[in-house]
Design a protein around this ligand. Structure first.
Ligand SMILES: Cc1cc2nc3c(=O)[nH]c(=O)nc-3n(C[C@H](O)[C@H](O)[C@H](O)COP(=O)(O)OP(=O)(O)OC[C@H]3O[C@@H](n4cnc5c(N)ncnc54)[C@H](O)[C@@H]3O)c2cc1C
Length: 392
């Protein structure tokens, strides 16, 4: 194959995380010729180093339809990818630790039911003790989601990569996109390894995507953070479901090998330019205390490894998914605010449908890239009358 044809495609995707590779796979399944450009290696960032939580529980209502569609794909990952990504449908449980938190959980479940969502179920103290017998007796109940679970991140993202390559997707690693621009009917992407072009461009560059969107005049109020995790030594099996808490930062799961992964959107530090997240041990310590409050028998359990990954957060805690509002044949999927691993399969499928012009019942309107302009304009016009009044 000539260098020129290697660099041309129907769709060019920037970013080889779960979102880029899942979009690539679903497009390739429809016969589209796809090329992925990855700055380092596939799965190097958030998609390969996250906590593996496959959680519809606790999501913003706008995300739920997409998260539920993604959940269906998680349950059938083996047939889609030939590998289940280590997915375990263990259920997920958000714990209430006092009466006020239980009331908060009750209100959430009632609110979701009023919106037509029945996947989150309120359970009482005794039901929590049945599911997690060794948990501290101060727990008052919680919210249970039966079909949630966890998976192995790097295995999952690699499975997407291999399935995409089997369908003919071309992947160029160590190829950071430097400049994107539309020339006539084609997108041109400049890299240090030459220029790539395609009719359609998809930006799935995780924490670095906003920089690329800004190049086409679509700035997004997103900021990167380093999120921390730790994994313990092995301990005898004591907890099947994935646990979260209502008011404390917690994400907690025990893998089949006995190790426990502990996180919960714990912010560390970040060297964005060198693409590196760093651990803050003092903050990790406070998370460990939450765990020992809930499971006093873990008090002397050693921590085996700690790490941090890089993730983008938007100001409204929702991702940007969908078509550019400034340029034709350009789509985005980024800014998943620490919860985008679960969304990977469903969002990739939905974005591919959008690019193919296929109908879907799942609206991407809540995730539109121009929603921040609309919100800023509304805030500015709300301020206007006050400033006029103050002139009198
Ligand atoms: C520590 C941690 C724990 C988390 N836990 C969970 C969890 O339990 N459950 C959950 O659902 N979510 C979780 N998340 C969030 C989840 O991992 C992310 O939302 C998701 O992986 C984002 O996927 P992505 O493909 O958008 O981004 P990434 O995985 O960041 O992929 C983007 C890719 O783009 C590449 N790239 C960047 N710039 C360029 C460029 N200019 N040119 C080419 N390539 C480029 C990067 O190298 C990277 O490989 C967690 C995140 C972290 C960091």
């Amino acid at each position: 194959m000539s260098k020129a044809s290697e660099r041309g495609a129907d769709v060019l995707i920037i970013g080889g995380g779960i979102h880029g590779l899942s979009t690539a796979l679903f497009l390739a399944q429809a016969g589209v010729q796809v090329t992925v450009l990855e700055a380092q290696y596939c799965g190097r960032h958030a998609s390969g180093v996250n906590a593996g939580g496959v959680r519809t529980l606790g999501r913003h209502a706008a995300e739920i339809p997409l998260a539920l569609a993604s959940r269906d794909l998680w349950h059938n990952l083996e047939s889609t990818l030939g590998d289940d990504g280590g997915f375990v449908p263990s259920g997920q449980l958000k714990l209430a630790e006092n009466a006020a938190e239980l009331l908060e959980c009750r209100h959430r479940v009632e609110h979701l039911q009023a919106l037509g969502f029945a996947h989150e179920v309120l359970i009482d103290q005794h039901q929590v003790f049945e599911k997690v017998p060794s948990i501290s007796r101060h727990v008052t109940g919680g919210i249970w989601v039966e079909d949630d679970g966890y998976a192995v991140p790097y295995r999952t993202v690699t499975a997407f990569r291999l399935a995409a390559q089997k369908r003919g997707v071309r992947i160029h690693e160590n190829t950071p996109a430097q400049r994107i621009e539309q020339a006539g009917a084609r997108w041109q992407v400049r890299t240090e390894n030459g220029c790539f072009s395609a009719e359609h461009l998809v930006v799935t560059a995780g924490a670095w995507a906003a920089e690329l969107a800004a190049q086409v005049g679509e700035p997004v109020p997103a900021h990167p953070e380093g999120l921390m995790l730790m994994v313990t030594h092995r301990v005898a099996p004591f907890c099947v479901p994935v646990l979260g808490a209502t008011t404390r930062a917690l994400s907690f799961k025990q893998f089949a090998n006995g190790t426990v992964v502990i996180g919960g959107k714990l912010i560390g530090s970040l060297d964005f330019l060198s693409r590196h997240g760093e651990v803050d041990m003092a903050r990790l310590g406070s998370s460990a205390r939450t765990v020992t409050d809930l499971f006093p028998h873990l008090q002397h359990l050693g921590v085996n490894r700690v790490w941090a990954g890089v993730e983008a957060f938007t100001t409204d805690d929702l991702p940007v998914i969908g078509a550019s509002r400034k340029a034709s044949n350009l789509s985005y999927s980024f800014g998943f605010c620490g919860s985008g691993f679960q969304m990977g399969p469903g969002t990739g499928q939905r974005l591919a449908q959008l690019i193919l012009g296929e109908h879907s019942d799942i609206s991407l309107e809540p995730f539109a890239i121009d929603r921040f302009d609309v919100a800023a304009k509304a805030a500015a016009s709300a301020i206007q009358p006050t400033s006029t009044l103050s002139q009198h």
